[in-house]
Ligand binder design. Structure first.
Ligand code: SF4
Length: 409
């Protein structure tokens, strides 16, 4: 008899299939017929499978092979899109991609990206994320992310801020709280910040996270106070009152909060004063040692949603100055407000125009694009048919900040 217990997986038996859920929102399905080849089995609880007539070693080995095969068909339950699980044994490094893993731009602000996916469909989303997204999603094993980050921090040797800057909503990552706890326990990390739309966070999650309040800061996107306009900007059903309630609750729990609206010309021009007044009412202005509001300029991106034309930086700063005067608040922020410093430069194992031998590991975010791996870096390759394990030659076309794109040669 063998019992197999998994923390990150849960199981649901459905007629002739076992649905395997990974980190809540991702799933794959295994035919009962295939499982029976490992041995007769039953579900002990949602995290535990029991193979009644198979030895432990054999059950572990055979089930893990079966799972690996089916993880290649992983899907995101929010949008039905294909998903890729990046874990210790996936052979995919965590540096090199802009959407998942670790992005180190040679400063004391290091971004980590454990998941891609969003529960909203904001009409201005710079990365075109959300329920209507057709892109492949990624989810990274928490321990793998933490271990790789620790390696990088040993190299950096300076205090850093870790920014959980997900292309999407971080509270969709089931391991978010244990991740924050691991980051918190690392003395080199002095600030943990995360961008969130605050639509799905719960009071109990805020309670849990408030244990880390001396390092933690939420950057909350709140684009309008008017419920109809807020919903229009979110691109789907959206409850601004809930978001505001959760912001107030986080403040009550003394977790640092920065409100970060996107200024979308022609949409929320009249809302910015209301947002500043809402922030003032939170009563955090005097005590806060960090910026409490950071209005962002909407920019046009090729791969984002563009409902309007972006304002120039000059026009944006003029608007910001006027808002500062009208509300008697400081609105213009710079890197110094966040204490961001230059740090050691991380070597690039290859550079623009180099041709490297790489191995294709997974599909990339966009259709007909792949992720290949070489010299412990990930390379994004557009116009590339996915064939797992195929050896290719790639000419590097982007290398900035160890984020690599390349073309097949
Ligand atoms: S919440 Fe952020 S990631 Fe999600 S759709 Fe809106 S802008 Fe995009």
């Amino acid at each position: 008899m063998a019992q197999l217990n998994f923390k990150t997986l849960s199981f649901v038996l459905k007629k002739d299939q076992l649905q395997v859920n990974l980190l809540n929102i991702f799933y794959t399905k295994i035919l009962v017929e295939e499982l029976n080849q490992v041995g007769p089995f039953k579900l002990v609880d949602e995290h535990t499978l029991e193979f009644t007539e198979t030895y432990q070693d054999k059950a572990e080995r055979n089930f893990s092979n079966l799972l690996a095969k089916h993880l290649d068909q992983l899907k995101n339950s929010i949008n039905g899109n294909k998903a890729v699980y990046i874990h210790q044994n996936s052979g995919v490094p965590l540096i090199g991609h802009v959407s998942f893993g670790i992005v180190y731009r040679n400063t004391s602000l290091i971004e980590i990206k454990p998941v891609t996916s969003c529960n909203l469909d904001c009409i201005y989303c710079s990365v075109g994320e959300g329920k209507k997204s057709k892109k492949t999603d990624f989810v990274v094993e928490k321990d793998y992310l933490v271990e790789e980050l620790q390696q990088l921090l040993k190299f950096v040797e300076e205090p850093v801020e870790i920014h959980i800057g997900v292309q999407g909503e971080p509270f969709l990552y089931a391991d978010l709280i244990p991740l924050v706890e691991d980051l918190y326990n690392n003395k080199q990390i002095t600030i943990i910040s995360m961008d969130s739309n605050f639509t799905i966070v719960t009071k109990s999650q805020i309670d849990e996270l408030s244990k880390f309040k001396d390092k933690l800061r939420f950057n909350v996107s709140l684009d309008a106070i008017d419920p109809e306009l807020a919903e229009k900007m979110a691109g789907c059903k959206y409850n601004v009152n809930y978001v505001m309630k959760m912001i107030k609750y986080a403040v009550e729990k003394e977790v640092k909060v920065l409100i970060a609206p996107v200024y979308l010309p022609g949409y929320n021009d009249q809302e910015l004063v209301k947002i500043v007044n809402f922030v003032k009412e939170l009563g955090i202005e005097k005590k806060a040692k960090h910026p409490i509001i950071g209005i962002q300029n909407f920019l046009n991106y090729k791969t984002g949603r563009n409902p309007t034309r972006a304002k120039s930086w000059q026009e944006f700063y003029q608007m910001i100055n006027e808002l500062s005067e009208k509300t008697a608040t400081k609105q213009k922020l710079s890197a110094t407000d966040f204490g961001i410093q230059k740090t050691k430069e991380l070597d690039k194992p290859f550079q623009i125009d180099d041709t490297v031998k790489a191995i294709i590991k997974s599909p990339d975010r966009f259709a007909n694009s792949c992720i290949a791996v070489a010299k412990n870096r990930v390379i994004s390759i557009p116009n590339c048919d996915f064939k797992k394990g195929k050896k290719v030659r790639v000419k590097i076309s982007r290398d900035k900040h160890n984020i690599f794109n390349g073309k097949l040669v």
